[in-house]
Ligand binder design. Structure first.
Ligand SMILES: *Cc1c(COP(=O)(O)O)cnc(C)c1O
Length: 657
């Protein structure tokens, strides 16, 4: 067994058996008391609301008894929860929590700050923005206000909302030049792009201005307003607002400018939040154009280039291209480098296609690529710590994140903090101005737009959500303090998970050999990160429908059964599928060969009615638990898992026979 140094993890988690329970208890009690003293010291002579006589009434005792009773019921029911803390849980994207974040979240909740507004969160809103800056730095973006562009980030309730928000900002920014042009001559004549007044530019050109030019245009617009009297400025502002997409709605706005509804490109592996975003923004799910993947389940950059070239030819507006950094089902990494290079190339041809990276899952893995001083870790140095990771493609993707226009990262996934914490990071902080409801300088004639406006904006006006927990911000912030987002700290934790993926990948070869002649055990998608899927096929079987039925039978022993205690499961996993309708022919052929099934049996139009052959059913493993390398003298949890899986397969083969 590979020896692993787990000692650095010891103070960071509660422990498999709650070994750090006393530590958690001590700190929790300490800071609970601290909170109580804080209350007491606010106005100590205020009369107590809960008096001692109150506390000895029968009603009081009865209420306390009921509370305890209800908590008992709740706590008992919670025992049916998924044991995500255990390395025996290798299913979905959840695991144990880092203690610092957990403590910060619990302690901060006592103060209940609301991060929607600085007045309601004088401490934690700042922590949210600092956490955003820390994430931007991890991605390699410049965060020094003296640099340009300067990145900005903030927290959301999760990746879904961060994804919506990215499109929300892009939509507002992309339509801004058209709104200025549509606001009437005083505006359209006074503002220009490289010397050409807006009124002389056709709608297609205005829609396709490079993002940086749109942001510069906003600066010019603010300067223009500042040159007018408050009354005139308000009138100009109203004219632009009335011509904006936000006021008119997408349909009316696009029609007014003779432009088709914008499309968004995303890989077929994109998370379903993208379909929801398209519905929500009124663009329609049909405008989400799914780009095929290659055999590695990464977006096919050549296919994207063709689609984008067609869009440029047909004057089809493209709102954005989404690259996925760690697909939800396979953990695969899209070619971010190719995406940003294509974006730059297309801009030369007059098509603006901003790149958003959905790194809800893989975002924190970027910490492994970052040195303490902020520079990128050389590829060779990284290769020394892994067997396979990172491939050239994966390395290129991570080292080009800084060129993306915006990125979604989920602290509540590989950041190991409690739900709900997602984050949106933008490369140029000016992009959040466009959705602002009403700039302060219009209400306050002494206020002038300044750079600090962008650094410290009225959060509630620039984001999708309203009230939001400051406790979540405290959790993310303290986590980044304890484990800075570089390869020696946070990256060290995540290195463990990628190594676990590599270990399991190699170890499965032994399982495959042990079962040779009886059952195929295949890893159908080369793991890019710490997610690994397994496909099975009993020897002699050539039909995919039968293969899938077999794998389902094996999985039934790896999933929790509501009727049985969780202790009856040795390991807990989950599943996913590769859909025929989303698999290129060559890849489908290759998968069938690897599984030794007839390629014709993998079909969208199954001959048998059960429709069990339009997909390949897979066991899916998320290897994020920090203790996967922990174990017994002769075996760690992954060895044990492989042995268990082997037994389940043999049992399933026997019952089949
Ligand atoms: C998890 C995930 C999301 C959604 O994030 P939530 O935090 O669950 O809202 C989006 N995209 C990808 C790639 C994800 O893995």
């Amino acid at each position: 067994m590979q020896q692993h140094d787990n000692a650095f993890l010891a103070p960071l988690f509660l422990g498999l058996n709650g070994e750090n329970g006393p530590l958690l208890e001590r700190l929790l009690v300490d800071f609970l008391r601290d909170h109580v003293y804080w209350r007491r010291n606010f106005h100590p002579t205020d009369p107590p609301a809960v008096t001692v006589p109150d506390r000895i009434t029968p009603e009081f005792s009865e209420a306390v008894a009921r509370l305890e009773q209800e908590l008992n019921v709740l706590s008992a029911n919670l025992k049916k929860s998924i044991p995500v803390f255990s390395p025996r849980y290798v299913g979905h994207m959840c695991s144990d929590l880092l203690l610092p974040g957990l403590l910060a979240q619990l302690v901060t909740t006592l103060y209940n700050p609301n991060n929607v507004h600085k007045d309601a969160a004088p401490v934690t809103q700042q922590l949210e923005l600092e956490a955003g800056t820390q994430l931007a730095r991890m991605l390699g973006m410049a965060t020094d206000t003296g640099t340009h562009p300067c990145a900005w980030g903030h927290l959301t309730s999760g990746g879904t909302v961060a994804n919506y928000e990215a499109l929300y900002h892009l939509r507002a920014a992309r339509s801004f030049a058209l709104a200025l042009a549509g606001a009437g001559r005083p505006v359209a004549r006074s503002l220009d792009v490289d010397g050409t007044p807006l009124e002389e530019l056709p709608p297609w050109a205005l829609y396709n201005l490079p993002l940086a030019k749109v942001l510069d245009l906003h600066d010019a617009w603010q300067t223009l307003l500042a040159g007018h009297s408050p009354g005139e400025a308000a009138a100009l502002h109203a004219a632009v607002r009335d011509a904006s997409l936000e006021q008119l709605g997408t349909a009316a706005f696009q029609q007014r400018h003779g432009l088709a509804t914008p499309v968004v490109f995303a890989p077929i592996t994109a998370h379903y939040s993208w379909a929801k975003s398209m519905q929500l923004l009124g663009l329609g799910e049909r405008q989400l154009r799914l780009v095929p993947t290659d055999a590695h389940m990464r977006m096919d950059a050549a296919a994207l280039a063709e689609l984008a070239a067609a869009a440029a030819r047909e004057q089809q507006p493209v709102l954005a291209t989404v690259g996925v950094l760690g697909s939800t089902e396979f953990g695969t990494i899209d070619p971010i480098r190719a995406l940003v290079e294509l974006r730059d190339e297309l801009q030369q041809q007059g098509l603006c296609m901003p790149v958003h990276v959905d790194a809800a899952w893989g975002g924190y893995l970027a910490s492994m690529f970052r040195e303490r001083d902020g520079s990128a870790c050389p590829h060779d140095a990284m290769r020394e710590t892994f067997r396979y990771f990172p491939s050239q493609a994966v390395y290129d993707a991570f080292t080009h994140l800084a060129s993306a226009d915006s990125v979604t990262v989920d602290p509540h996934k590989l950041g190991y903090v409690p739900y709900g914490s997602g984050a949106l990071v933008v490369r140029d902080r000016r992009i959040i101005r466009f959705v602002r409801q009403r700039p302060a300088y219009l209400d306050d004639t002494t206020a002038r737009p300044t750079a600090s406006d962008d650094a410290d904006p009225p959060l509630g006006e620039c984001i999708l959500e309203g009230s939001k927990p400051g406790a979540a911000a405290a959790a993310v912030w303290i986590t980044h303090r304890m484990l800075p987002l570089d390869r020696e700290h946070f990256g060290r934790l995540l290195r463990n998970t990628v190594q676990a993926g590599e270990y399991l990948y190699d170890r499965l070869q032994q399982t495959a050999e042990a079962l040779a002649g009886r059952c195929r055990v295949v890893v159908p998608v080369e793991p890019d990160t710490n997610l690994l899927c397994i496909a099975l096929n009993p020897a002699g079987n050539r039909s995919l429908a039968a293969t899938n039925a077999f794998t389902r039978r094996v999985l039934s022993h790896l999933r929790l059964d509501a009727g049985q205690p969780i202790q009856t499961r040795e390991f807990i996993g989950t599943h996913t599928s590769i859909l025929r309708s989303r698999t290129p022919d060559a890849a489908a052929q290759r998968l069938c060969e690897a599984l030794d099934v007839d390629a014709e049996s993998f079909t969208d139009t199954p001959l048998d009615e059960d429709r069990d052959a339009d997909h390949i059913f897979l066991l899916r493993h998320t290897l994020m638990n920090p203790w996967l390398f922990h174990g017994w003298d002769d075996a760690n949890y992954m060895d044990r898992y492989c042995d268990h899986l082997q037994r389940l397969i043999i049992d399933a083969l026997d019952t089949r026979a």
